[in-house]
Design a protein around this ligand. Structure first.
Ligand SMILES: Nc1ncnc2c1ncn2[C@@H]1O[C@H](COP(=O)(O)OP(=O)(O)O)[C@@H](O)[C@H]1O
Ligand SMILES: [Mg+2]
Length: 356
Protein backbone atom coordinates (compact mmCIF):
# COMPACT_ATOMS: atom_id res chain seq x y z
CA UNK A 1 0.00 0.00 0.00
CA UNK A 2 1.35 3.45 -0.96
CA UNK A 3 1.99 5.90 1.89
CA UNK A 4 -0.36 8.87 1.79
CA UNK A 5 1.29 12.29 1.48
CA UNK A 6 0.96 14.60 4.51
CA UNK A 7 -1.27 17.14 2.78
CA UNK A 8 -3.47 14.36 1.32
CA UNK A 9 -4.35 12.94 4.74
CA UNK A 10 -8.02 13.18 5.65
CA UNK A 11 -7.37 14.54 9.13
CA UNK A 12 -5.23 17.39 7.71
CA UNK A 13 -7.97 18.21 5.20
CA UNK A 14 -10.49 18.20 8.03
CA UNK A 15 -8.36 20.64 10.07
CA UNK A 16 -8.07 22.91 7.03
CA UNK A 17 -11.88 22.86 6.55
CA UNK A 18 -12.40 23.73 10.25
CA UNK A 19 -9.82 26.55 10.10
CA UNK A 20 -11.30 28.06 6.93
CA UNK A 21 -14.86 27.84 8.26
CA UNK A 22 -13.77 29.32 11.58
CA UNK A 23 -12.01 32.25 9.90
CA UNK A 24 -14.98 32.77 7.63
CA UNK A 25 -17.36 32.80 10.61
CA UNK A 26 -15.18 35.31 12.48
CA UNK A 27 -15.01 37.49 9.38
CA UNK A 28 -18.76 37.29 8.97
CA UNK A 29 -19.31 38.26 12.61
CA UNK A 30 -16.98 41.21 12.24
CA UNK A 31 -18.72 42.36 9.09
CA UNK A 32 -22.15 42.13 10.67
CA UNK A 33 -21.12 43.92 13.83
CA UNK A 34 -19.55 46.67 11.69
CA UNK A 35 -22.96 47.37 10.17
CA UNK A 36 -25.20 46.65 13.19
CA UNK A 37 -23.16 48.06 16.08
CA UNK A 38 -24.30 51.71 15.46
CA UNK A 39 -27.92 50.50 15.66
CA UNK A 40 -27.28 48.93 19.06
CA UNK A 41 -25.38 51.94 20.34
CA UNK A 42 -28.43 54.08 19.76
CA UNK A 43 -30.15 52.21 22.63
CA UNK A 44 -27.41 50.45 24.67
CA UNK A 45 -29.51 48.70 27.32
CA UNK A 46 -28.53 45.44 29.11
CA UNK A 47 -31.28 43.48 27.45
CA UNK A 48 -30.38 44.75 24.03
CA UNK A 49 -26.72 43.76 24.61
CA UNK A 50 -27.78 40.19 25.40
CA UNK A 51 -30.00 40.02 22.33
CA UNK A 52 -27.27 41.53 20.19
CA UNK A 53 -24.61 39.04 21.36
CA UNK A 54 -26.98 36.10 20.89
CA UNK A 55 -27.75 37.19 17.36
CA UNK A 56 -24.05 37.64 16.55
CA UNK A 57 -22.99 34.24 17.96
CA UNK A 58 -25.89 32.45 16.23
CA UNK A 59 -24.92 34.00 12.94
CA UNK A 60 -21.28 32.99 13.53
CA UNK A 61 -22.23 29.35 14.22
CA UNK A 62 -24.53 29.27 11.22
CA UNK A 63 -21.82 30.65 8.96
CA UNK A 64 -19.36 28.07 10.34
CA UNK A 65 -21.78 25.19 9.69
CA UNK A 66 -22.76 26.32 6.18
CA UNK A 67 -19.17 27.00 5.19
CA UNK A 68 -17.86 23.62 6.45
CA UNK A 69 -20.78 21.81 4.82
CA UNK A 70 -20.01 23.47 1.46
CA UNK A 71 -16.34 22.49 1.80
CA UNK A 72 -17.01 18.77 2.60
CA UNK A 73 -20.01 18.48 0.27
CA UNK A 74 -18.00 16.91 -2.55
CA UNK A 75 -16.58 14.26 -0.23
CA UNK A 76 -20.03 13.47 1.17
CA UNK A 77 -21.45 12.97 -2.33
CA UNK A 78 -18.47 10.74 -3.16
CA UNK A 79 -19.04 8.66 -0.01
CA UNK A 80 -22.68 8.21 -0.99
CA UNK A 81 -21.57 7.11 -4.46
CA UNK A 82 -19.16 4.58 -2.89
CA UNK A 83 -21.88 3.21 -0.59
CA UNK A 84 -24.28 2.73 -3.50
CA UNK A 85 -21.63 0.92 -5.55
CA UNK A 86 -20.64 -1.35 -2.67
CA UNK A 87 -24.28 -2.24 -2.29
CA UNK A 88 -24.37 -3.25 -5.97
CA UNK A 89 -21.21 -5.38 -5.55
CA UNK A 90 -22.72 -7.04 -2.47
CA UNK A 91 -25.84 -7.79 -4.52
CA UNK A 92 -23.78 -9.80 -6.99
CA UNK A 93 -22.48 -7.26 -9.51
CA UNK A 94 -18.95 -8.62 -9.10
CA UNK A 95 -16.19 -6.94 -11.08
CA UNK A 96 -17.84 -3.50 -10.72
CA UNK A 97 -15.23 -0.81 -10.07
CA UNK A 98 -15.67 2.60 -8.45
CA UNK A 99 -14.00 5.71 -9.88
CA UNK A 100 -11.00 6.74 -7.76
CA UNK A 101 -11.00 10.41 -6.76
CA UNK A 102 -8.06 12.09 -5.03
CA UNK A 103 -5.20 10.48 -3.17
CA UNK A 104 -6.44 10.29 0.41
CA UNK A 105 -7.54 7.38 2.60
CA UNK A 106 -10.93 7.25 0.86
CA UNK A 107 -9.19 6.88 -2.52
CA UNK A 108 -7.09 4.07 -1.08
CA UNK A 109 -10.18 2.39 0.33
CA UNK A 110 -11.84 2.61 -3.10
CA UNK A 111 -8.77 1.08 -4.77
CA UNK A 112 -8.90 -1.83 -2.31
CA UNK A 113 -12.63 -2.29 -2.89
CA UNK A 114 -11.99 -2.32 -6.66
CA UNK A 115 -9.29 -4.96 -6.47
CA UNK A 116 -11.46 -7.01 -4.09
CA UNK A 117 -14.37 -6.81 -6.51
CA UNK A 118 -12.22 -7.90 -9.47
CA UNK A 119 -10.62 -10.69 -7.46
CA UNK A 120 -14.04 -11.95 -6.40
CA UNK A 121 -15.20 -11.91 -10.01
CA UNK A 122 -12.27 -13.95 -11.29
CA UNK A 123 -12.55 -16.41 -8.37
CA UNK A 124 -16.24 -16.79 -9.05
CA UNK A 125 -15.73 -17.37 -12.78
CA UNK A 126 -12.98 -19.87 -12.10
CA UNK A 127 -15.23 -21.74 -9.74
CA UNK A 128 -17.96 -21.82 -12.37
CA UNK A 129 -15.54 -23.11 -15.04
CA UNK A 130 -14.37 -25.87 -12.70
CA UNK A 131 -17.93 -26.78 -11.91
CA UNK A 132 -18.89 -27.01 -15.59
CA UNK A 133 -15.80 -29.07 -16.52
CA UNK A 134 -16.61 -31.38 -13.62
CA UNK A 135 -20.13 -31.76 -14.96
CA UNK A 136 -18.76 -32.50 -18.45
CA UNK A 137 -16.45 -35.09 -16.98
CA UNK A 138 -19.27 -36.81 -15.13
CA UNK A 139 -21.43 -36.85 -18.27
CA UNK A 140 -18.62 -38.26 -20.42
CA UNK A 141 -17.56 -40.74 -17.79
CA UNK A 142 -21.05 -42.13 -17.43
CA UNK A 143 -21.23 -42.53 -21.21
CA UNK A 144 -17.77 -44.13 -21.43
CA UNK A 145 -18.51 -46.58 -18.66
CA UNK A 146 -21.99 -47.45 -19.79
CA UNK A 147 -20.97 -48.56 -23.29
CA UNK A 148 -18.83 -51.60 -22.36
CA UNK A 149 -21.08 -52.38 -19.41
CA UNK A 150 -24.15 -52.54 -21.66
CA UNK A 151 -22.30 -55.02 -23.91
CA UNK A 152 -21.25 -57.14 -20.95
CA UNK A 153 -24.83 -57.26 -19.65
CA UNK A 154 -26.11 -58.12 -23.15
CA UNK A 155 -23.73 -61.03 -23.60
CA UNK A 156 -24.27 -62.28 -20.05
CA UNK A 157 -28.00 -62.25 -20.69
CA UNK A 158 -27.50 -64.45 -23.77
CA UNK A 159 -25.42 -66.87 -21.69
CA UNK A 160 -27.97 -66.82 -18.86
CA UNK A 161 -30.78 -67.76 -21.22
CA UNK A 162 -28.62 -70.37 -22.90
CA UNK A 163 -28.93 -68.56 -26.22
CA UNK A 164 -25.73 -69.76 -27.84
CA UNK A 165 -25.30 -72.32 -30.57
CA UNK A 166 -22.34 -74.43 -29.54
CA UNK A 167 -19.23 -74.54 -27.39
CA UNK A 168 -17.36 -72.37 -29.89
CA UNK A 169 -19.92 -69.59 -29.65
CA UNK A 170 -19.97 -69.89 -25.88
CA UNK A 171 -16.18 -69.38 -25.87
CA UNK A 172 -16.58 -66.40 -28.21
CA UNK A 173 -19.10 -64.74 -25.88
CA UNK A 174 -16.96 -65.37 -22.83
CA UNK A 175 -13.96 -63.88 -24.65
CA UNK A 176 -15.96 -60.81 -25.59
CA UNK A 177 -17.16 -60.37 -22.02
CA UNK A 178 -13.61 -60.74 -20.79
CA UNK A 179 -12.32 -58.16 -23.32
CA UNK A 180 -15.03 -55.66 -22.43
CA UNK A 181 -14.41 -56.14 -18.71
CA UNK A 182 -10.70 -55.49 -19.27
CA UNK A 183 -11.59 -52.33 -21.15
CA UNK A 184 -13.88 -51.27 -18.34
CA UNK A 185 -11.08 -51.79 -15.86
CA UNK A 186 -8.65 -49.75 -18.00
CA UNK A 187 -11.18 -46.98 -18.36
CA UNK A 188 -11.82 -46.83 -14.63
CA UNK A 189 -8.08 -46.81 -13.91
CA UNK A 190 -7.40 -44.02 -16.42
CA UNK A 191 -10.38 -41.97 -15.27
CA UNK A 192 -9.21 -42.35 -11.72
CA UNK A 193 -5.71 -41.24 -12.74
CA UNK A 194 -7.09 -38.29 -14.70
CA UNK A 195 -9.23 -37.01 -11.82
CA UNK A 196 -6.42 -37.64 -9.34
CA UNK A 197 -4.02 -35.57 -11.46
CA UNK A 198 -6.63 -32.82 -11.80
CA UNK A 199 -7.03 -32.42 -8.07
CA UNK A 200 -5.20 -29.38 -6.65
CA UNK A 201 -3.26 -31.33 -4.03
CA UNK A 202 -1.57 -33.85 -6.31
CA UNK A 203 2.03 -34.59 -5.25
CA UNK A 204 5.02 -35.27 -7.51
CA UNK A 205 7.88 -37.52 -6.51
CA UNK A 206 10.59 -35.26 -7.94
CA UNK A 207 14.23 -36.12 -8.50
CA UNK A 208 16.97 -34.95 -10.82
CA UNK A 209 17.76 -37.35 -13.66
CA UNK A 210 19.54 -37.25 -17.02
CA UNK A 211 16.68 -37.03 -19.50
CA UNK A 212 18.81 -38.14 -22.47
CA UNK A 213 19.71 -41.36 -20.69
CA UNK A 214 16.17 -41.96 -19.50
CA UNK A 215 14.74 -41.56 -23.03
CA UNK A 216 17.46 -43.75 -24.59
CA UNK A 217 16.76 -46.49 -22.05
CA UNK A 218 12.97 -46.30 -22.35
CA UNK A 219 12.98 -46.01 -26.14
CA UNK A 220 15.30 -49.03 -26.44
CA UNK A 221 12.56 -51.22 -25.01
CA UNK A 222 10.14 -50.16 -27.74
CA UNK A 223 12.45 -50.73 -30.73
CA UNK A 224 11.47 -54.40 -31.25
CA UNK A 225 7.76 -53.52 -31.13
CA UNK A 226 8.18 -50.57 -33.53
CA UNK A 227 10.11 -52.75 -35.95
CA UNK A 228 7.61 -55.58 -35.81
CA UNK A 229 4.89 -53.02 -36.60
CA UNK A 230 6.87 -52.07 -39.74
CA UNK A 231 7.85 -48.61 -38.55
CA UNK A 232 11.16 -47.36 -39.87
CA UNK A 233 12.93 -45.68 -36.97
CA UNK A 234 14.99 -42.51 -37.29
CA UNK A 235 16.41 -41.65 -33.89
CA UNK A 236 18.28 -38.51 -32.85
CA UNK A 237 18.80 -38.42 -29.09
CA UNK A 238 21.50 -36.03 -27.96
CA UNK A 239 24.69 -37.42 -26.39
CA UNK A 240 24.93 -34.59 -23.88
CA UNK A 241 23.53 -34.84 -20.40
CA UNK A 242 20.19 -33.07 -19.78
CA UNK A 243 19.50 -32.70 -16.05
CA UNK A 244 15.77 -32.38 -15.36
CA UNK A 245 13.78 -32.41 -12.12
CA UNK A 246 10.92 -34.81 -12.76
CA UNK A 247 8.64 -37.46 -11.36
CA UNK A 248 10.20 -40.25 -13.44
CA UNK A 249 7.26 -42.64 -13.29
CA UNK A 250 4.80 -39.98 -14.44
CA UNK A 251 6.97 -38.54 -17.23
CA UNK A 252 7.77 -42.03 -18.54
CA UNK A 253 4.04 -42.52 -18.80
CA UNK A 254 3.83 -39.42 -21.02
CA UNK A 255 6.64 -40.58 -23.34
CA UNK A 256 5.33 -44.15 -23.48
CA UNK A 257 1.87 -42.97 -24.47
CA UNK A 258 3.39 -40.97 -27.36
CA UNK A 259 5.31 -44.00 -28.64
CA UNK A 260 2.36 -46.36 -28.17
CA UNK A 261 0.09 -43.89 -29.98
CA UNK A 262 2.51 -43.81 -32.91
CA UNK A 263 2.49 -47.61 -32.96
CA UNK A 264 -1.30 -47.80 -32.75
CA UNK A 265 -2.35 -44.96 -35.01
CA UNK A 266 0.32 -44.40 -37.68
CA UNK A 267 0.34 -45.59 -41.29
CA UNK A 268 2.19 -48.87 -41.76
CA UNK A 269 4.81 -49.22 -43.09
CA UNK A 270 6.03 -45.66 -42.58
CA UNK A 271 8.86 -43.73 -40.95
CA UNK A 272 8.88 -42.93 -37.23
CA UNK A 273 11.08 -40.11 -35.90
CA UNK A 274 12.16 -39.41 -32.35
CA UNK A 275 14.35 -36.40 -31.49
CA UNK A 276 15.61 -35.13 -28.16
CA UNK A 277 17.57 -31.92 -27.84
CA UNK A 278 18.22 -29.18 -25.30
CA UNK A 279 19.12 -25.51 -25.61
CA UNK A 280 20.30 -25.34 -22.00
CA UNK A 281 17.03 -24.00 -20.61
CA UNK A 282 14.50 -26.24 -22.29
CA UNK A 283 14.62 -29.90 -23.27
CA UNK A 284 12.39 -30.83 -26.19
CA UNK A 285 11.34 -34.31 -27.20
CA UNK A 286 9.66 -34.63 -30.56
CA UNK A 287 7.87 -37.76 -31.74
CA UNK A 288 6.61 -37.83 -35.34
CA UNK A 289 4.73 -40.37 -37.39
CA UNK A 290 2.76 -40.48 -40.61
CA UNK A 291 -1.01 -40.54 -40.68
CA UNK A 292 -3.47 -41.30 -43.46
CA UNK A 293 -6.32 -39.17 -42.09
CA UNK A 294 -6.29 -36.35 -39.61
CA UNK A 295 -8.01 -37.46 -36.41
CA UNK A 296 -9.15 -33.83 -35.70
CA UNK A 297 -9.10 -30.40 -37.40
CA UNK A 298 -6.93 -28.90 -34.73
CA UNK A 299 -4.17 -31.26 -33.61
CA UNK A 300 -4.34 -29.89 -30.08
CA UNK A 301 -7.94 -31.05 -29.76
CA UNK A 302 -6.46 -34.51 -29.24
CA UNK A 303 -5.48 -33.38 -25.74
CA UNK A 304 -9.09 -32.88 -24.74
CA UNK A 305 -10.78 -35.81 -23.19
CA UNK A 306 -11.97 -37.83 -26.14
CA UNK A 307 -14.80 -40.20 -26.22
CA UNK A 308 -13.81 -43.13 -28.40
CA UNK A 309 -16.70 -45.11 -29.72
CA UNK A 310 -16.53 -48.60 -28.31
CA UNK A 311 -17.52 -50.20 -31.59
CA UNK A 312 -15.47 -47.90 -33.81
CA UNK A 313 -12.08 -49.47 -33.40
CA UNK A 314 -12.55 -53.10 -32.47
CA UNK A 315 -8.83 -53.90 -32.29
CA UNK A 316 -6.54 -51.74 -30.26
CA UNK A 317 -8.98 -49.42 -28.59
CA UNK A 318 -7.64 -46.76 -26.30
CA UNK A 319 -9.47 -44.87 -23.65
CA UNK A 320 -8.91 -41.47 -25.27
CA UNK A 321 -7.48 -40.24 -21.99
CA UNK A 322 -3.76 -40.82 -22.59
CA UNK A 323 -3.02 -37.35 -24.00
CA UNK A 324 -5.29 -35.58 -21.50
CA UNK A 325 -3.40 -37.30 -18.68
CA UNK A 326 -0.07 -36.48 -20.39
CA UNK A 327 -0.98 -32.81 -20.60
CA UNK A 328 -1.78 -32.67 -16.89
CA UNK A 329 1.50 -34.38 -16.01
CA UNK A 330 3.56 -32.04 -18.21
CA UNK A 331 1.78 -28.99 -16.79
CA UNK A 332 2.55 -30.18 -13.28
CA UNK A 333 6.23 -30.15 -14.33
CA UNK A 334 5.88 -26.58 -15.62
CA UNK A 335 6.49 -27.87 -19.12
CA UNK A 336 4.50 -27.78 -22.32
CA UNK A 337 3.06 -30.37 -24.66
CA UNK A 338 1.52 -29.68 -28.04
CA UNK A 339 0.81 -31.30 -31.38
CA UNK A 340 1.09 -30.09 -34.96
CA UNK A 341 0.15 -31.45 -38.35
CA UNK A 342 2.46 -31.02 -41.27
CA UNK A 343 1.49 -32.57 -44.58
CA UNK A 344 0.93 -36.22 -43.67
CA UNK A 345 2.89 -36.02 -40.48
CA UNK A 346 1.75 -35.57 -36.93
CA UNK A 347 4.31 -34.26 -34.44
CA UNK A 348 4.04 -34.31 -30.66
CA UNK A 349 6.45 -32.03 -28.80
CA UNK A 350 7.11 -32.20 -25.05
CA UNK A 351 9.18 -29.42 -23.49
CA UNK A 352 10.57 -29.52 -19.97
CA UNK A 353 12.64 -26.95 -18.07
CA UNK A 354 16.31 -27.98 -17.71
CA UNK A 355 18.02 -27.82 -14.30
CA UNK A 356 20.85 -25.28 -14.09
N1 LIG B 1 0.69 -40.46 -33.06
C1 LIG B 1 -0.61 -40.36 -33.41
N2 LIG B 1 -0.96 -40.52 -34.70
C2 LIG B 1 -2.27 -40.43 -35.05
N3 LIG B 1 -3.28 -40.20 -34.20
C3 LIG B 1 -2.98 -40.04 -32.92
C4 LIG B 1 -1.63 -40.10 -32.45
N4 LIG B 1 -1.64 -39.90 -31.14
C5 LIG B 1 -2.92 -39.73 -30.79
N5 LIG B 1 -3.74 -39.80 -31.84
C6 LIG B 1 -5.22 -39.65 -31.81
O1 LIG B 1 -5.57 -39.03 -30.59
C7 LIG B 1 -6.46 -39.86 -29.82
C8 LIG B 1 -6.17 -39.70 -28.35
O2 LIG B 1 -4.97 -40.28 -27.97
P1 LIG B 1 -4.78 -40.71 -26.47
O3 LIG B 1 -5.24 -39.56 -25.63
O4 LIG B 1 -3.41 -41.20 -26.23
O5 LIG B 1 -5.85 -41.84 -26.24
P2 LIG B 1 -5.81 -43.36 -26.65
O6 LIG B 1 -4.42 -43.73 -27.06
O7 LIG B 1 -6.23 -44.03 -25.41
O8 LIG B 1 -6.79 -43.48 -27.76
C9 LIG B 1 -6.23 -41.24 -30.36
O9 LIG B 1 -7.37 -42.04 -30.18
C10 LIG B 1 -5.91 -40.99 -31.83
O10 LIG B 1 -7.11 -40.83 -32.54
MG1 LIG C 1 -2.76 -43.30 -26.03
Amino acid sequence: MNAIKFNDKLIIKLYVVIAISFLFAIGMMMLISYFTLPMYLKEPTEINLKKYNLMLISLGILTFLVCSLILVRKKLIYLKHITENIEQIANGKLGLTIEVQGRDEIAQLVMNINSMSEELKSKFENERRLESSKNDLITNVSHDLRTPLTSIIGYLDLLRKGQYGNGEQLQEYVDTIYGKSQRLKNLINELFEYTRLSSPDVRLNLRTVDLARLIRQMFGEYIPMLESERLIIKESITEEEIPVLIDVEKMVRVYENLIMNAIKYSMKPSPFHITLKSDGTKAALKVSNKIAVRPADDANKLFDRLFIDDEERPGDRGTGLGLAISKRIVQLHEGEIHAEYNENWINFIVELPVQK
